[in-house]
Design a protein around this ligand. Structure first.
Ligand code: ASP
Length: 626
């Protein structure tokens, strides 16, 4: 994907503000380091039309080629690079200085923009039609030899690049990612401002905000034995802002979750956090959709469908086997439980699954009839990871159906299946049987696997979908009790209110997720805005009144003072930028990310505290974790 903010006409600066174009002040460079470089232009911005212009540039030596006589230096700043040509016959002094230049030296150059002769123009470089003929050059800072080449494609492993992050960020690709993030952030701010949202900051030192993860705790020196928690999200504060009457809030908020990190998680991450008063699901979704469309206006991708389709959680699980369906392609899961029992001698695995309360589901792989035994074995291995014993297949080949199930079903029956599942001749039917949750998860995964393998996913397309009506609660295997699926401030679906007391696990929530191409971009919910509603949920979660008061008394009390009905959403900014920039790693759109073990290789955080600090906090440190 390629996201670009449209350049403004007459743009002279990397942020595109033409009205604030720099006025050329051609002071001599003398003592620039002390007096400030009288810079006139950014390196990457000059074009053929600038030929003849007197310029002062400052930047880093990206490359130096000494051709015996001429020395060519590529000078880099955040806007790009430009070639400076040092010719001893034109300027012996400058040429002598250039002789000393090495990679990553910081220099200021004054000179003139000159058109390159046609033979030496470089089409691959935006400034390739011109070069700088220097008048003066001043070395502002020298550099050690960098531990890796600062090329567009990373030339060193990530550990080394994270250790020297400030060098890695000089690489144009990295620089572009953060510039893109900045632009997207500006679009977001402008959008919310235009829609009457107020950007309000909420505290980082706070009480626990349960979002289902472990808290980062900060010991208090002034209240010994007490801890702040870093917010997992600004959830309770944004609700309190609604109680306070702010009506529409947003924040580009830092959140902290102490989880075992997976490849694309960071212990601290950024959310576009939103809350609105007097709204139901549709209004929150509409504002979010508007935001996404505004951001995407500047991308070269195609939106699959606007308005974004909506699908309930139950439907998503049944049709795609996941609550994060990738809607860029079909291959939906079909319930064939009745079909496979109707005629022939139903295969024992199918009978067993259906009589045991499970189900039989299938996917149709278009044009897959020729799939080899070996590939099918690979598919079976995929579903085996979900605890399923096998995978049935029917090849609807030209000469009639071929199947692993021929002992049980005659060709006429298979032909009927073909019509029922809307398969064509040339297609392949893959069938799984067992407990519903396993069958759906396995086929959902297989659907993605097959689609990727067969290259049927249109990669320049963006398919958004809203997944709604999530379950309110789920059984936590780890804790052996019900926990909130979204968070415990989410309102129950109006039709399921009575279930809260009788069968809470069956109740649906007024919660929704925004999913893009199979990735969850964010989620939110309509909240409990009355004490009795909120207490009802706490009770369903097994929380006593005393415990609820102790943990969330401040929220319950606020609800006693007239809270408006409200709801909101939070979208992951890091992941959004990653997808829009077409990056593989979330770390590439964060200036100073942490490794998957949560450490910062640049600063060495987390690091031991001094004995003095630990004592002041009234803590005792146990033996180191091995
Ligand atoms: N606080 C929620 C989250 O961080 C989002 C929301 O409900 O608005 O996922």
């Amino acid at each position: 994907m390629n996201w670009e903010e449209k350049p403004l006409r007459g743009q002279h600066r990397p942020n595109g503000d033409a009205s604030a174009a720099q006025t050329p002040i051609c002071r001599p460079l003398y003592n620039s380091a002390d007096r400030g470089v009288p810079r006139t232009h950014y390196c990457g911005i000059m074009r053929g039309a600038d030929a003849g212009e007197a310029v002062v540039l400052a930047g880093w030596v990206a490359r130096r080629r000494d051709l015996g006589g001429l020395i060519f230096v590529d000078l880099r700043d955040r806007s790009g690079t430009v070639q400076v040509v040092f010719d001893p016959s034109e300027n012996a002094g400058a040429h002598a200085v250039a002789g000393r230049l090495r990679a990553e030296y910081v220099v200021a150059v004054s000179g003139r923009v000159a058109e390159r002769d046609p033979a030496s123009r470089n089409r691959a470089l935006p400034t390739g039609d011109i070069e700088i003929r220097p008048v003066e050059v001043e070395v502002l800072a020298e550099s050690l030899t960098p531990p890796f080449y600062l090329t567009d494609e990373p030339a060193a492993d990530e550990t080394l690049r994270l250790r020297y992050r400030y060098l890695d960020l000089r690489r144009p690709a990295q620089n572009r990612n953060l510039a893109l993030r900045h632009r997207i952030t500006q679009v977001i701010r402008r959008y919310f401002d235009r829609h009457d949202f107020l950007e309000i900051e909420t505290p980082s030192l706070t009480r626990s905000t349960p979002e289902g993860a472990r808290d980062f705790l900060v010991p208090s020196r002034l209240s010994r034995g007490a801890f702040y928690a870093l917010p997992q999200s600004p959830q309770l504060f944004k609700q309190l802002l609604m109680v306070a009457g702010f009506d529409r809030y947003f924040q580009i908020a830092r959140c902290f979750r102490d989880e075992d990190l997976r490849a694309d998680r960071q212990p601290e991450f950024t959310q576009i956090d939103v809350e609105m008063s007097f709204v139901a699901e549709e209004q929150v979704m509409a504002v979010t959709e508007g935001l996404m469309l505004e951001i995407l206006e500047r991308s070269d991708t195609r939106l699959a469908r606007v308005p974004f389709p909506r699908i309930t959680y139950a439907e998503a699980m049944a049709r795609y086997g996941t609550d994060r369906p990738d809607m860029r392609f079909g291959m939906e899961l079909k319930d064939v439980s009745a079909l496979v029992l109707d005629g022939g001698t139903p295969a024992p695995a199918f009978c067993q699954a259906t009589t045991g309360g499970g189900e039989v589901r299938a996917i149709v792989v278009a044009g897959g009839a020729g799939t080899s035994r070996k590939v099918l074995d690979g598919y079976a291995a995929e579903v085996a990871r979900f605890g399923l014993g096998g995978l049935g297949s029917v090849h609807f080949a030209d000469g009639g159906p071929r199947t692993s199930l021929s002992r049980f079903y005659a060709p006429e029956i298979l032909e009927r299946w073909r019509t029922e599942v809307a398969a064509e001749t040339g297609d392949l039917l893959l069938i799984a049987a067992g407990p519903a949750s396993k069958v759906r998860a396995a086929l959902g995964q297989l659907r993605l696997h097959v689609a990727r393998e067969r290259g049927v996913i249109p990669d320049r397309e963006l398919a958004f979908v809203w997944v709604t009506e999530f379950p309110l609660l789920e059984m936590s295997e780890q804790e052996g009790r019900l926990v909130a699926v979204h968070h415990p401030f989410t309102a129950v679906h109006p039709e399921d209110r009575a279930l809260l007391a009788t069968d809470p696990a069956a109740a649906r929530a007024r919660a929704y997720d925004l999913v893009l191409n199979g990735v969850e971009l964010g989620g939110g919910s309509i909240r409990n805005y009355r004490r009795d509603q909120q207490m009802g949920l706490f009770e369903a979660l097994g929380m006593s009144e005393a415990e609820a008061e102790q943990r969330f008394g401040f929220l319950l009390e606020a609800l006693d003072y007239g809270a408006p009905p409200h709801g909101g959403i939070a979208l992951g900014l890091d992941r959004m930028v990653m997808m829009l920039a077409g990056l593989d790693s979330i770390r590439d759109c964060i200036a100073f990310p942490k490794t998957s073990s949560g450490s910062c290789l640049l600063t060495g955080a987390p690091a031991p505290a001094s004995a003095e600090q630990v004592k002041e906090l009234g803590l005792e440190i146990g033996p180191a974790k091995v």
